[in-house]
Design a protein around this ligand. Structure first.
Ligand code: 5GP
Length: 138
């Protein structure tokens, strides 16, 4: 299947929709997930157009992974999490719901179960605060 630029992350990347931005450079956007699976759930989104891992340019993957690492370290420090889970879904049966390549950085807390994928919407004030706190540690 091919890339459809009308997906929601495409719109956010074109500034047609808002987000709680953590970081942006010429090749990637980092923002808070508005339906977080845990406190501090962040999405790292390469700007290059690809639907998922299957059609991604390997050079884009190579460039984004160091940023994923930085975001994981920053999110863990900002939230006081005990660990961080990375997730990345490819096509609907695998759990993908937004068809622009992205990486989930999900802080994990000792003894706390992960919320459901695509669960309830978080409070905007809390997301804005977390975005600032993670950005400050990048
Ligand atoms: P996927 O299932 O495609 O791997 O993940 C898509 C993610 O995007 C989900 O975790 C979902 O909560 C998140 N999401 C969906 N719509 C929006 C939105 O409008 N803004 C933000 N920041 N996240 C979204």
């Amino acid at each position: 299947m091919s890339y459809d630029p009308s997906n929601i992350f495409g719109k956010i990347l074109r500034n047609e929709l808002p987000c709680h931005k953590v970081y942006e450079d010429e090749s990637a956007l980092v923002m808070m997930d508005i339906f977080p699976q845990s406190r501090g759930h962040v999405l790292v989104i390469p700007k290059a157009a690809s639907r998922n891992l299957f059609d991604a340019d390997p050079a884009v993957l190579a460039e984004v992974m160091p940023l994923v690492q930085r975001v994981a370290i920053a999110a863990k420090a900002a939230t006081g999490a005990d660990g961080v889970r990375l997730a990345q879904f490819n096509e609907t049966p695998a759990g993908q719901t937004v068809f622009h390549l992205h990486f989930h950085v999900i802080p994990m807390y000792e003894g706390v179960d992960l919320g459901s994928h695509g669960g309830g919407k978080a409070d905007d004030g809390e997301l804005a605060e977390l975005a600032q706190e993670i950005a400050a540690r990048l």
